[in-house]
Design a protein around this ligand. Sequence first.
Ligand code: AGP
Length: 617
Amino acid sequence: MFHLVCGIIGFCTLSKTPLAQSPGSVLFKGLKRLEYRGYDSAGVAGVYQGKLIVLKGKGKLDELEEKIRLSSVRGYTVIGHTRWATHGIPNDVNAHPQTDCRNEIAVVHNGIIQNYRELRQFLVERGHVFESDTDTEVIPHLVEEFYREFNDLYTAFKQAIKMLKGSYAIAMVSTIEPDKIFFARKDSPLVIGLGNGYNFVASDIPAFLEYTNRVIIVYDDEIGYITSTNVFLENIGSGVVDWSKRVRVVEWSIEDASKSGYPHYMLKEIMEQPRALRDTLYGLLSDVVVDEAVSILLNSRKVFITAAGTSFHASLYYSLLSSILLGKPVIPFIASEYMVYSPIASSGDTLIVVSQSGETIDSLMALRAFKKKGVRVIAVSNVVDSAIPRESDVALYTRAGPEIGVAATKTFTTQVLLLTFLALKQGSSIGRFSESEYREYIGLLKKVPEFSREVLASTEDIVKELAKWLSRKKSIYYLSRGIGLPIAMEGALKLKEIAYIHAESYPAGESKHGPIALVEKDFPVLFVIPPIDYLEELLLGNIQEMKARGATIICVLSEKSNLIDQCHYPIKTPHTHWLLTPFTHTIPLQLLAYYTAVVKGLDPDKPRNLAKTVTVE
Ligand code: AGP
């Protein structure tokens, strides 16, 4: 059970809280500030008169306030949580906080505990009883177990944290030390807010910005606790940290803070792809449902894959990858064209439906038409319990977190990562490549977050420059070959939908069959060049035929490519295995669309005529 990009808040105050509001209402307002992160359940815990009070459930904050009065939680040491489930149905039991057997310890968590199965086994063998099927619940039980052993709560907390593998931002309260909120951070964001007579810990600054703008960013592998008047902070390995030098005064507005200081959600979401990709891969590596999907696919007669928009580009990529890596055909089709394909589907076939929102009506209609033919359906989505996963036989989830910008960015790259992993798992099962080759491929995928971080850093400036030139153009071609084509299509869609520039993508080899008639002096042609020798040779010919007609050539290509000198504007990406092309080559195209829109004075988050999710035919 995984939840991700959840919202956490902890508030610790002197009994006479200087804020002249009940701690419960400060906590509730803080959770409301984190609502933009998306969630499906929420909860709070407080320590009052030696008792742990926990109020939680499935649903939105206002519904829960109505039903169980979250803001009424008692105590001067309170924690809260909004859960964005990425795995398993949101329900009351799986909502946070999660507690130990004795109901003395409550924990809220954002991230993925990769080794939670082993830890749960370790704890069950020692008599711990679990209520939920979340990965988080192992944390309070671990602390309980180590408290029995060490009889000191902070030592127990530290021991428990040392047992965790994966990503986490954690806050914990306990009746054992009722004036402290314990915290730990690895890979999932966590910040401390310093007040006068009160302190906060939260996953994001907006949670407490109206009460204080004095912030300490907690770094990876740091752990500690806050009280109403003090902060203890240490690195879990190297010991105590002098946090006084790290206090920052934040000048953001609340709105800016929910974009983490970025001007638009779209840029924030482009920039958070390393985290989204890492969490998606972490989650998949420990997700048994993938094995179920693999066995369905390997026992299928025909395999179809369908989606709309950006998700179709991810689907098309998967169909090319299946052909190249597995030697297995997959029939891709645009979801709204399902009536042409469902007649050739029959039981024993499988349909993969890719949908970030899980609500796209075209994709849902396609799913239903294929289900009527007895076809099994595998959903790939970013939103747990949305319509398409609900109506599928198996659901696989990306862990990109909520995508607020209308244009899909991090959800595309995480979809491609999930589909690549699915193809590799199949290849390994059918012996298409050896166990060691499979491990090598997985090792490559584990480098994706790092490569995406490198691409973001190394291409943003040149793309910003290029955007100024491109913003004056009326039309552009995005060309590629092979596995580069879905990426070129995705880049073209991005430019169309947020910069309103006509961008057309087609296989580069098609140019001489008509499209090249459009090309004249300074006509922009962008080439997506995968680091594959034979494709580079073929694309060289296409670049030359375009240059011969006066086109201006933009290229996204490896820094080691032989074609760099052929391009007027080479956008160089780190050289890596062709399997990582979608991650190294898509990100510059997302940035190009974003900065072109900004140069044109447009709002990339709210493009005209478009909705984030198309739920009507
Ligand atoms: C892409 O940037 C658009 N937001 C749009 O094409 C989107 O990908 C399409 O509507 C499909 O949405 P879904 O993934 O939620 O099904």
